[in-house]
Design a protein around this ligand. Structure first.
Ligand SMILES: C[S@@+](CC[C@H](N)C(=O)[O-])C[C@H]1O[C@@H](n2cnc3c(N)ncnc32)[C@H](O)[C@@H]1O
Length: 292
């Protein structure tokens, strides 16, 4: 029996009524004008000019299912180090990426959501390879059912507000501080991935050999040769494959295209599915499997 897997739902916004006394307080005490923060880089992100990039229509499967919209609101590795799940990812990447080893490693990300997950991964890998370039150490490929995001969309999700506004616990060097300023008022401040990381992902997304847009993984996965990737990430994607045959065929192909000693970063329920399909992988921890 297939596990009943429900993709993440968007919670409706709730508004609290403002009490009369609080309203009176706000009227008597207007908020003081904020001072510019002491940050090493200021960016005026007040120019919301229309992006002229041509984007193909999203695959129709994507918007048919309203739950798909939830993809923008969830990502594994959200807090870059504060979340115990992400510590497992850091361990996986530490065993793959070593600044002394000059062999380029390959990674496939299936289902990029709003790109927070790729940015989290790249920030981590960059921290591990230190002063080596991402282009020299990583061959990244992506597959997603959605259309290629615009540069502006990508820029928006490269920003990280921090955990309680603190800088990321891990991969500090992968971030620069920023402030969103309007007329000398700070609207928002936080962190964003550095330019090397941003440009690396942007170039990957724009390279049709590396990023397949409006593409269903259940079809694309058959085209990869055996043992192509050092690691595959496929979080919160399998649940969207509604056809059972396609679903199981995709799961069956995952260990085929990962190298020996490589990893599959997937949903926890894959443990059950791998067993059911008689696929022998080592469970490293929640949702992470190693091929021997
Ligand atoms: C819930 S999001 C998950 C995003 C990210 N992996 C995460 O965990 O934060 C699902 C993503 O999978 C993509 N997707 C859904 N079905 C797919 C399919 N059959 N083939 C490829 N991508 C798919 C969606 O477009 C979306 O980007």
């Amino acid at each position: 029996m297939r596990i009943n897997y429900s993709p993440y739902q968007i919670k409706p916004l709730t508004f609290k009524a403002h009490s009369d006394s609080a309203l009176l307080y706000d009227l008597i005490n207007p908020a003081p004008k904020l001072q510019l923060p002491d940050v090493d880089k200021f960016e005026k992100i007040t120019d919301f000019a229309k992006n002229n990039e041509i984007v193909s229509e999203p695959h129709s499967d994507f918007y048919k299912n309203p739950n798909m919209l939830a993809s923008s609101y969830f990502r594994r590795g959200d807090l870059l180090g504060e979340n115990p799940y992400f510590k497992d990812i850091i361990n996986v990447f530490s065993s793959i990426f070593n600044p002394q080893n000059d062999v380029k490693k390959s990674m496939l990300i299936v289902g990029i959501g709003s790109s927070q997950e790729p940015f989290s991964y790249l920030a981590t890998i960059k921290e591990l390879i230190k002063n080596k370039k991402l282009t020299d150490k990583l061959d990244l490929q992506t597959v997603d059912l959605q259309a290629k995001p615009t540069k502006q969309n990508l820029r928006n999700c490269s920003h990280y507000s921090g955990y309680w506004s603190n800088e990321p616990e891990f991969a500090k060097s992968s971030f620069v501080t920023y402030a969103q300023i309007y007329d000398n008022i700070v609207l928002k401040k936080g962190f964003r991935v550095n330019d090397e990381i941003f440009n690396y992902l942007y170039k990957t997304y724009n390279n049709p050999q590396k990023s397949k847009w409006a593409t269903r993984i259940q079809e694309e996965i058959k085209n990869y040769k055996n043992e192509t990737f050092d690691t595959i990430s496929i979080n919160n994607v399998l649940g969207y494959i509604t056809n059972d045959d396609e679903y199981y065929e995709t799961i069956r192909n995952l260990p085929r295209i990962v190298k020996h000693e490589g990893y599959i970063i997937a949903d926890d329920m894959c443990e059950h599915e791998f067993k059911k399909l008689d696929i022998n992988l080592t469970k490293i921890c929640y949702g992470i499997f190693k091929k021997h």
